[in-house]
Design a protein around this ligand. Structure first.
Ligand code: KG4
Ligand code: ZN
Length: 359
């Protein structure tokens, strides 16, 4: 089965043509073993355009998606497909609508069914895949329950996946998403948007140099709250006060970036420990743009190795952590190939706050 997926929830315009098949095999009926072949994928990032605003500017995103979609689609025109799938949420509604409208017209023109995907489920499912060449993937032997830590510019949530397509959110941010905190603190350090990768570069430099003192200690919000919820606005404010009226040297900036990353990683390690115990998860996976962060990956990997040797930790390939349409296609294929999606929805609406939770 070949699906054409369209992703426009934020500041990336993505299109992908992915073929999926359900391979007979373990572990059992509903959804055991998928193979995905990415025939074509196109992705246009608007990050540079939004950089002067220090974040994504929704109407600009909408205009750019409208401009980019037909241009990117030209490469896909004429390809054989069985269905079209589009991200319906969560995300920026004006941006989501551009994808939905485009997908509706396309599906009508091709006479193919149109399905709606959840962006966060797509991050989760695509992160579970093993990637042969960075793109095409295989999804097999996933032991349930799965614990997913989804960390992006708009979301920070711990998801308990009891079984295929059954999700419960067991913890989330009470205020800012972690990616947003990275972006805002980066801005305080005069680093360009998106700030996550920039902070990560500086922090890595600091750790490698092993010199330069840590300027101060930032708080680890809610680390002992006893829940799986997190909060980043206090950390952001603490960073703001710590940097107020200070002129930092390059070494001091790098030390500050490392302390910020340490604070975030400490919180995720503590909360992941709690979530793994609470859920009894057999598989742990991280997904979303912030899952590209090298240091957070290493710290979580260490936690899994040291304290949860029986839990399988799946780290997403870096080609797939940021927003893209391949993940949308893969999630849709899982639903379609297992018969979980039969009829296309009668109506598709953009839903900015769409939750992954099914219970
Ligand atoms: O999933 P994503 O591409 O878009 C959303 O759905 O939000 O995530 C984007 C976020 C941005 O906040 C960006 O700064 C952050 O992911 N990010 C990182 C890294 N790479 C991207 N944050 C920390 N370290 C990174 N290496
Ligand atoms: Zn995302």
């Amino acid at each position: 089965m070949r699906v054409l997926a369209i992703e426009t929830s934020c500041d990336e315009t993505g299109l992908a043509l992915v073929e999926g098949r359900l391979v007979d095999g373990p572990p059992r009926g509903k959804a055991g073993w998928f193979e995905f072949v990415v025939h074509k994928a196109a992705l246009l990032s608007q990050a540079q355009l939004h950089a002067p605003y220090g974040g994504v500017y929704p109407n600009l995103a909408k205009r750019e998606h409208q401009k980019n979609l037909p241009v990117l689609f030209a490469e896909f025109d004429g390809e054989a497909i069985n269905a079209v799938v589009v991200t319906a949420g969560p995300g920026l509604e004006p941006a989501l609508w551009t994808g939905i409208t485009f997908a509706q017209e396309l599906a009508a023109r091709l006479g193919k069914p149109l399905f709606a995907a959840n962006h966060m489920e797509a991050h989760l499912i695509s992160s579970l895949c093993e990637r042969r060449d960075g793109y095409s993937g295989i999804l097999q032997n996933t032991r349930m329950p799965v614990l997913g830590l989804l960390i992006s510019g708009g979301h920070t949530e711990f998801v308990h996946m009891r079984d295929w397509f059954q999700y419960q959110v067991i913890g989330e941010t009470l205020d800012d998403a972690v990616g947003e905190a990275f972006d805002k603190v980066a801005r305080m350090l005069d680093l360009p948007y998106p700030g996550g990768p920039e902070i990560s570069k500086l922090a890595t430099k600091h750790r490698q140099s092993e010199q330069g003192r840590t300027l101060l200690t930032l708080p680890r919000p809610m680390i002992n709250s006893g829940t799986c919820d997190v909060s980043f606005s206090g950390l952001k404010t603490a960073a703001l006060y710590a940097l107020k009226d200070k002129k930092l040297s390059d070494d001091e900036r790098a030390a500050f970036a490392a302390e910020f990353e340490d604070a975030v990683a400490d919180v995720f390690v503590a909360k992941t420990r709690q979530a793994l115990v609470t859920t009894g998860a057999k598989t742990f996976v991280i997904g979303g743009g912030v899952a590209a962060n090298r240091y957070i990956r290493e710290r979580l990997q260490q936690l899994a190795l040291d304290e949860f040797p029986d839990v399988e930790f799946r780290l997403p390939h870096l080609s797939i952590t940021g927003d893209n349409a391949i993940m949308i296609a893969e999630a849709a294929l899982c639903h379609l190939l297992t018969g979980d999606w039969k009829e296309p929805p009668k109506e598709i609406k953009a839903s900015g706050q769409l939750s992954i939770a099914t219970e």
